[in-house]
Design a protein around this ligand. Structure first.
Ligand code: KG4
Ligand code: ZN
Length: 392
């Protein structure tokens, strides 16, 4: 089954076409990524030290059609008409409603539709409905509604966090996921521990009370004058220090809530501790790489400790990691080391390019909902952006 996936929840515009068969519950799930086009806005937002919502929105509107064309071409599904094939008045009217004030986006869309062929083999459109930045989500939603209208295809709304969980499926290699499973989702906007007793059964058992892990990485990086996004930079400096050990200066950061009875997190305390230590050390400056290494280790220790507690508490047989912070090499190494020590728990980690935001995870989630009859197809009118959508 071929599915078109669209993701615009933050600063990545992504459009993909995947072809799936089988069922991960039966251990015979297969996915073929036919087209996968992504544009990251990191360079644009860099100078502002974080994502600027109205700019993210404008970029999504500009890039969605070119990325869709790129994805269609990769999938060998792109065909141009030899002459224009005008849309009827009824369709134009409905498109006016869908696009609202996004006139330029609408005109580009109409131009595209009137000059290209419908990709007939695509059977459904998967779209991120939330959580995320609402103006950004909205551009993907408008685009998917318009395509659903002109191509007459079902529109399947997907929770972005479910997408991050499902991003491990291409790596399953005919294994089945054993439940209960615990997912630790760590990104720039989220830090959540989720209990899954079965497919599509989600209970958030722990989350951050303040900053998300990725956000803390980004903020500490800013304090150290490192460029945005800070995660990869901190990780690079920390690795450098582990290899070269240029200084032996002692530096210890707190591990907030590591022994609390619940599964919640708090990262703003570590961040503030870094801030104070930098302020108090004007003369005798702590080298950046020491701060980076200790910060990475403090955060990892908290995440690993609490996740292991959750695995034990719920007798989980699977641990799924998802989200951009999983790109942190040290964190992955620590999780692998600790999970090896526990018998009967498998660790699933998405491949590199599926860790950060992407459309493939959204399309896979829709496929899984279709084959489980939990596809929750939405009509064009009822689909709206849900910035604070929660799993479960
Ligand atoms: O999942 P993602 O791409 O976007 C969100 O949905 O937020 O995650 C982005 C976050 C950023 O905060 C970035 O600093 C962090 O993931 N990140 C890392 C690393 N690579 C990306 N954090 C720590 N270490 C890394 N190597
Ligand atoms: Zn994400």
């Amino acid at each position: 089954m071929k599915i078109l996936g669209i993701e615009t929840s933050c600063d990545e515009t992504a459009v993909c076409i995947i072809d799936c068969e089988g069922n991960p519950s039966d251990g015979n799930f297969k996915i073929n990524i036919l087209g996968d086009a992504l544009h990251s806005q990191i360079d644009l937002h860099k100078e502002f030290g974080g994502v600027v919502p109205f700019m993210a929105k404008r970029e999504h509107a500009k890039n969605l059609i070119p990325l869709f064309i790129q994805s269609l071409k990769q999938a060998d599904l792109f065909k141009e008409y030899s002459e224009k094939n005008p849309l009827n008045e009824d369709a134009r009217e409905k498109l006016n409603e869908i696009f609202g004030r996004e006139i330029e986006f609408k005109n580009n869309f109409i131009e595209f539709i009137e000059t290209t062929n419908k990709p007939h083999s695509i059977e459904a459109i998967a779209i991120t409905e939330g959580p995320g930045l609402e103006p950004a989500l909205w551009m993907g939603i408008i685009f998917s509604k318009a395509l659903s209208l002109v191509y007459d295809l079902p529109l399947i709304p997907i929770n972005h966090m479910e997408g991050h969980i499902m991003s491990v499926l291409p790596n399953l290699n005919n294994h089945k996921i054993k439940f209960p499973a615990i997912s630790l989702l760590i990104s720039g906007g989220h830090t959540e521990l989720i209990l899954m007793r079965d497919w599509h059964s989600y209970e958030i058992i722990g989350e951050t009370r303040d900053d998300a892990v990725g956000e803390a990485f980004d903020k500490v990086a800013r304090m150290l004058d490192l460029p945005y996004p800070g995660g990869p930079e901190i990780s690079r400096l920390a690795d450098l220090h582990r290899k070269t050990k240029t200084s032996t200066q002692e530096y210890i950061l707190p591990r907030p809530m590591i022994n609390s009875k619940d599964f919640n997190f708090s990262f703003s305390g570590i961040k503030t501790a870094v801030l104070y230590s930098l302020k108090n050390n004007h003369e005798n400056k702590i080298p950046k790489e020491i701060v980076a290494k200790e910060f990475e280790e403090a955060v990892t220790e908290v995440l690993v400790t609490k996740t292991l507690k959750a695995l034990e508490e719920y007798n989980a047989e699977t641990l799924i990691l998802g989200g951009g912070v999983v790109s942190n090499k040290y964190l992955r190494k620590e999780f692998k080391k600790e999970i090896k020590k526990i018998s009967g728990v498998s660790l699933l980690i998405p491949e590199n390019k599926l860790r950060t935001d992407n459309a493939v995870m959204i399309a896979i989630s829709a496929y899984l909902r279709i084959i489980s009859n939990k596809n929750n197809i939405k009509s064009n009118d009822s689909l709206v952006a849900k910035g604070r959508l929660r799993l479960g």
